[in-house]
Design a protein. Structure first.
Length: 387
């Protein structure tokens, strides 16, 4: 007879293989059981498909990574605890002191500060370049350039970079090309097929799509992803099984959701473009967008992000922002709910007039993450808020 402590810990735990689940369960376990010492030896020597420890690999997490690799037609995918976790792990895996990273100046604020304030202290030199410079990457490389990091479309103006061109210039010089593909999602844009080496995304946005998971992902060749996996084990930026389960669930409807995001955003953008109360609309799916041709060449859908300007006037933007009912005032993007933000209060907070001009941002700009509500209701909400 065993004591109650022993029973409560071990009873019922070994009943495996009876119930075969349709969906991948949440393997909420930090470690995995071996039967013999030989099994551990086989694992250590890479001759086993077993699991050892969840900071290394976990079946729920691996299930999601298989979906993400398939989505990008990539040899390998890794998930992380956040988009920033992905960026940090990728960069420290592929850079060393003395290396230079060429980075688009128009970049996610977290990436900018990570490079400027954190990685800079470890001897990695970031060099920020304009979109014009990025269009001609051959001219920005130095002997120390190791990585080019950029986004397309870019927050908040949704300017697009010729991805194939950047990828080609990088490959010719032996420079690693990495794109942050968060805004487009792999449904609308396949950077690896355009020649990019590694594609990073914040899974917090479209991939999960329900505004309830923080996560990150990288996809690419097995050779380039392997060193990132090694570093992830050591820095511990792994995704936990519970959010991995939620992400896997969200991914099953990604193509349906993105199709609806695309359609709703196009409808909203066309409504705003026709409205005389709106001075400018930025959406890659509008022929008036400066990069419409580039976007058409490299995207199969134009995404759910729309930006618009009310004559550069902060008070007009503020009034619209405060009056919206269905569209919620919140940071982030890519969820089922439509969200609005004012770039001068978020990504461009504290910027001078010169810095705003450089980023193409005005005080009257609003950034809309168009959700999956009925388009007519979103238009009615915007119409009343424009007042
Ligand atoms: C949100 C976001 C990130 C950072 O992702 P987190 O999941 O918040 O860490 C990086 N790049 C872009 C473009 C983003 O929108």
């Amino acid at each position: 007879m065993k004591g109650p402590a022993t029973e409560l810990i071990h009873a019922g735990e070994a009943d495996r293989g009876i119930a075969v689940p349709l969906t991948t369960p949440i393997y909420e376990t930090t470690t995995f059981v071996f039967e013999t010492a030989q099994e551990v030896v086989d694992y250590n020597e890479g001759r086993s498909s077993k699991y050892l420890y969840s900071r290394y690999t976990n079946p729920t997490v691996v299930s999601v990574e298989k979906k993400l690799a398939a989505l990008d037609r990539a040899e390998a995918a890794l998930t992380f605890s956040s988009g920033q976790g992905a960026t940090t792990t990728i960069l420290i895996a592929h850079m060393k002191a003395g290396d230079e990273i060429v980075c688009s100046a128009a970049i996610y604020g977290g990436t900018l500060h990570l490079l400027q304030d954190v990685l800079g202290r470890f001897g990695i030199t970031p060099r920020f370049v304009s979109l014009e410079q990025l269009a001609d990457p051959d001219r920005v490389f130095t002997d120390r350039t190791r990585i080019v990091w950029f986004e397309s479309p870019i927050n908040p103006t949704l300017r697009c970079v010729d991805i194939r061109r950047v990828a080609g210039a990088c490959r010719a010089r032996g420079v690693l090309s990495i794109i942050d593909n968060t805004f487009a999602s792999p449904i609308n844009q396949q950077p690896l097929a355009l020649g990019i080496d590694l594609a990073m995304q914040s899974a917090t946005k479209y991939l999960n799509g329900h505004s309830d998971v923080t996560g990150g992902v990288v996809t690419g060749s097995a050779a380039l992803v392997a060193p990132v996996e090694k570093v992830r084990r050591m820095v511990g930026t792994v995704m936990d099984p519970h959010p991995a389960y939620a992400l896997g669930r969200g991914l099953k409807t990604l193509p349906l959701r993105v199709a609806r995001h695309n359609a709703n955003a196009q409808t909203v953008a066309e409504f705003l473009a026709k409205d005389r109360r709106v001075s400018q609309v930025y959406y890659p799916g509008l022929p008036s967008h400066p990069d419409h041709e580039t976007a058409k060449r490299q995207m199969s859908g134009f995404g759910g992000m729309v930006c618009f300007d009310l004559d550069g006037k902060y008070d007009r933007a503020e009034r619209l922002y405060n009056r919206l009912n269905i569209v919620k005032r919140a940071a982030s993007l890519g969820g089922v709910e439509s969200l609005i933000s004012m770039p001068v209060l978020t990504s461009q907070w504290g910027h001078t007039d010169d810095q705003l001009r450089e980023a193409g941002v005005t005080r009257g700009m609003l950034r809309l993450s168009v959700g999956l509500e009925d388009a007519a209701d979103l238009i009615a909400d915007l119409d009343q808020a424009l007042g």
